[in-house]
Design a protein around this ligand. Structure first.
Ligand SMILES: Nc1ncnc2c1ncn2[C@@H]1O[C@H](COP(=O)(O)OP(=O)(O)OP(=O)(O)O)[C@@H](O)[C@H]1O
Length: 292
């Protein structure tokens, strides 16, 4: 079976991108985000660097600014919200200098995202495969027939059984896990360098969640895809991330390699998060890491 990763690999190679290349594809430096309607700063300085094949996790309580940080890097902040400090560079370009057409060109091709609730990002009246084919057609300039073929390959690559059948189905015919795979297929359809997964597996049951996380890890390893993973679930971060930022009320209270942050948390809030997560299997993961 050809995987998406295998089918992407030659194109990656032609771009000269490899998993161990060290230059940043996403550089977030002291980013501050404010609600300009009331002048309130909500995110008080977030910094991280993302290189090909690397995964940065962002954890923290609800409302701590994780999603706003992601949306700032995608140039899709809600109305009234603005980046009021710091810089975001995508593939070397400062995003404040990008015109709307430049943003359109960048989205999907360089940076892409998957959020929770996949159904709300797919059109219920268009077959899911056709929606992916459309992304391929517009972003990669493929002809209709080639775009269809590529969409089927993508559906196969995200481990959907019988991709030809799924291609012709509508959202209501698919389960949550299948829809999330379809959305991931659409998000990676134009071979982005960066994928932001914001609570992408939160709504899924544990088994499906594990499969989706494996899929992301597989893509990363094979293609050098760089990932930002937002999750309230430390076990997800432990499984996938090289580095983790812990956010609380708009501040990054701790940032470091995942194993140090989880084994030797320096901030009281991180210790609290870990204590809460022990119930959900994090202890098992930490024990496995120590055995290795
Ligand atoms: N569209 C919006 N309109 C008004 N306020 C918003 C909007 N989006 C976010 N906020 C506010 O900004 C703050 C940070 O929100 P954000 O969504 O980034 O948090 P989060 O850490 O992702 O939380 P969650 O885990 O619940 O998604 C919150 O106080 C939230 O109320």
């Amino acid at each position: 079976m050809t995987t998406l990763a295998q089918s992407i690999a030659p194109q990656e190679a032609s771009l000269g991108r490899t998993a161990d290349q060290a230059s940043s594809v996403l550089s977030v430096r002291d980013v501050r985000i404010s609600d300009v309607a009331n002048g309130r700063e909500i995110v008080h300085g977030v910094s991280f660097e993302l290189t090909p094949g690397k995964t940065v996790g962002i954890v923290g309580e609800s409302g701590s600014g994780k999603t706003l940080t992601c949306r700032a890097t995608l140039g899709i902040l809600p109305p009234h919200f603005e980046v009021t400090g710091g810089t975001v560079e995508i593939d070397g370009a400062d995003i404040t200098t990008l015109s709307p057409p430049q943003w359109t060109a960048l989205r999907g091709i360089t940076i892409s995202a998957v959020f929770q609730d996949p159904a709300s990002y797919l059109n219920p009246s268009i077959r899911v495969g056709a929606q992916i084919a459309e992304v391929v057609r517009v972003k990669k300039g493929l002809k209709r027939r080639e775009a269809r073929q590529r969409a089927v390959e993508l559906l196969r690559a995200v481990h959907l059984r019988d991709p030809d059948l799924v291609y012709g189905q509508y959202t209501y015919e698919l389960s949550g896990g299948m829809l999330q795979r379809v959305l991931i297929a659409a998000a990676i359809a134009a071979d982005p360098q960066i994928l932001i997964a914001d609570e992408a597996t939160t709504a899924l049951d544990v088994t499906v969640q594990a499969e989706i996380l494996d899929l992301l890890a597989d893509l990363r390893e094979r293609t050098g895809l760089a990932l930002v993973v937002v999750s309230h679930d430390l076990a997800v971060v432990a499984q996938l991330c090289d580095e983790v930022l812990v956010m609380r009320q708009g501040d990054v209270v701790e940032h470091g390699p995942t194993s140090s942050v989880l084994h030797d948390p320096q901030h009281e809030y991180t210790r609290l998060l870990i204590a809460e997560h022990e119930l959900y299997g994090l202890e098992k993961f930490l024990a496995r890491k120590e055995d290795a």
